[in-house]
Design a protein around this ligand. Structure first.
Ligand code: GLN
Length: 477
């Protein structure tokens, strides 16, 4: 069977194939089977996906109007609730736990005819950049099996990269959709904060978390965004005022010419691979020649971005993860005859992995009485400054460009013993989460090492339309 190049292409195929959804699911199930070694899926819902495909094929026969995602085969990062299905956040502490309700995004996917094929491996509680922090084993990059796929949504990225599904959902708190998309050579969108409901998403750092979308084309990603975005009575942080369907590919009013800025501090960064720097600057030059305005600007706060992110997200994580105590759900220590405090300690020590514990400790430290003002309050103030500076930038520009990551996918194991080096590699992505703006990674380049890499584009808050229009245009050249 032919590989589908886009959802539109698939829908054309369905018009002439009465059993097209079943065929598509069978195709993806066989690809998943052949690529088991990648470890991208924690569980595959084969029987029910086929069942649903059959009923969608029946619907078409009886003339039911097709939903926007009719028959589209989707995979979910294992931090998104799918009722009556297991949900682990890549952690031992949630082993055996089953979701008791649908996330809002799942309700919306199903209402438009999507088929959910399985749940994807990820770094534990979405903390990490390589997928090596999963309690269920690492995920391999399909382009080079000795390299990481990126993280934390590595399984969801590889699922699209290796053609194991059409599109997938991840979550992005500091780059976890854009960076693995970059490492795997696909499109990864993090919408602006408040665009998509977080109801049913396991929280890491609630004021940063957003559900994001992986796909092979910008129109596919835009279509999924259109379906899953919008107000939700279960999440009061979702914007009500945002226009229309909330960020599909509608017209953006720029007539195809954009005012593009990039940060000097970003492109001149000593950690950035020189070949990637040249490629991105070269492309910016081409965009300028094509009539866009391209301008380098200074961003003096650049060095504060990563520390601010790690102070605030660990603080939020330490609070969010307090609920995993072994009493209400998930893993519980086998030790008997413990008093309650010992029971909590033992359960949490055994249930959480190293990185999660490190972050809970860090977060608890920055929130502790003697250090609260020095770290947490200070970081909140810096976040405010970042937002204010960003608002000013978007008064003069439509699009901000940065690399997605300072290097291509690194070899498995390379950064595991050096958490600071791992954190510093988040330099380009965490900015969009700190400021709440939408960002996308576009797979535009191939490194001489053979690995793909992309460029990251960002737009002002709630301007996903410009971001997607711009991205679509740049992907076509
Ligand atoms: N790499 C970042 C971190 O470890 C991003 C995580 C994310 O976006 N979930 O925090």
């Amino acid at each position: 069977m032919e590989k589908f190049i886009s959802i539109e292409d698939y829908h054309r195929f369905l018009a002439s194939h009465a059993d097209g959804c079943v065929k598509a699911v069978q195709y993806y199930l066989s690809c998943i089977e052949e690529n088991k070694h990648l470890n991208a899926f924690l569980e595959v819902f084969a029987t029910e996906a086929l069942e649903r495909a059959r009923s969608l094929d029946e619907d078409r026969k009886s003339g039911v109007v097709m939903g926007k995602l009719h028959g589209v085969v989707v995979a979910l990062k294992d931090v998104i609730s799918y009722k009556d299905h297991r949900l682990t956040a890549g952690s031992r502490i949630l082993s055996g736990f089953k979701a008791i309700y649908h996330a809002t995004v799942v309700e919306k996917l199903l209402a438009e005819g999507a088929i959910i094929i399985g749940r994807n491996n990820c770094d534990e509680f979405a903390m990490g950049s390589t997928n090596e922090n999963s309690a269920y084993g690492k995920v391999l990059n399909a382009r080079d099996l000795t390299r990481v796929p990126g993280g934390s949504s590595g399984g969801s990225a590889v699922a699209v990269q290796a053609d194991l599904c059409m599109v997938s959902l991840g979550s992005d708190t500091g780059g976890s959709v854009r960076q693995p998309a970059d490492f795997c050579g696909i499109v990864g969108l993090k919408p602006g904060y408040g665009r998509i409901s977080r109801y049913g998403l396991i929280a890491y750092a609630s004021s940063f978390d957003q559900i994001g979308i992986f796909g092979r084309t910008v129109p596919d990603v835009a279509r999924v965004l259109e379906v899953i975005s919008g107000p939700d009575e279960f999440d009061s942080t979702v914007a009500r005022s945002a226009a229309g369907t909330g960020g599909g590919m509608g017209k953006d009013g720029h007539n195809g010419k954009y005012r593009i800025a990039y940060f000097n501090e970003g492109l001149d960064h000593p950690g950035l691979d020189p070949e990637m720097r040249e490629a991105i600057l070269g492309r910016l030059g081409e965009w300028a020649s094509a009539g866009h305005t391209v301008q380098a600007i200074d961003f003096k706060l650049f060095d504060y971005i990563v520390p601010t992110y790690y102070v605030l997200t660990t603080a939020e994580a330490s609070s969010n993860l307090a609920r995993f105590d072994g009493v209400r759900y998930g893993y519980r220590t086998g030790d008997k005859d413990l008093d309650l405090t010992e029971f909590y300690k033992r359960t949490r020590s055994e249930g959480f992995g190293r990185e999660v514990k490190r972050r809970i400790l860090l977060g608890t430290f920055v929130l502790s009485a003697g250090y609260y003002d020095a770290y947490f309050t200070k970081a909140q103030q810096v976040r405010r400054l970042l937002v204010e500076h960003t608002d000013l930038i978007f008064k003069d520009f439509d699009i901000l460009v940065l690399p997605t990551s300072p290097s291509t996918a690194f070899p498995i194991g390379e950064k595991m013993s050096d958490p600071i080096a791992m954190y510093l590699a988040d330099i380009y992505t965490v900015y969009a989460n700190l400021t709440g703006i939408p960002g996308i990674s576009l797979p535009l380049f191939t490194h001489t090492s053979g690995m793909p890499f992309g460029v990251q584009a960002m737009a002002s808050r709630f301007d996903e339309s410009s971001l997607l229009q711009f991205s679509h245009q740049m992907m076509q050249q």
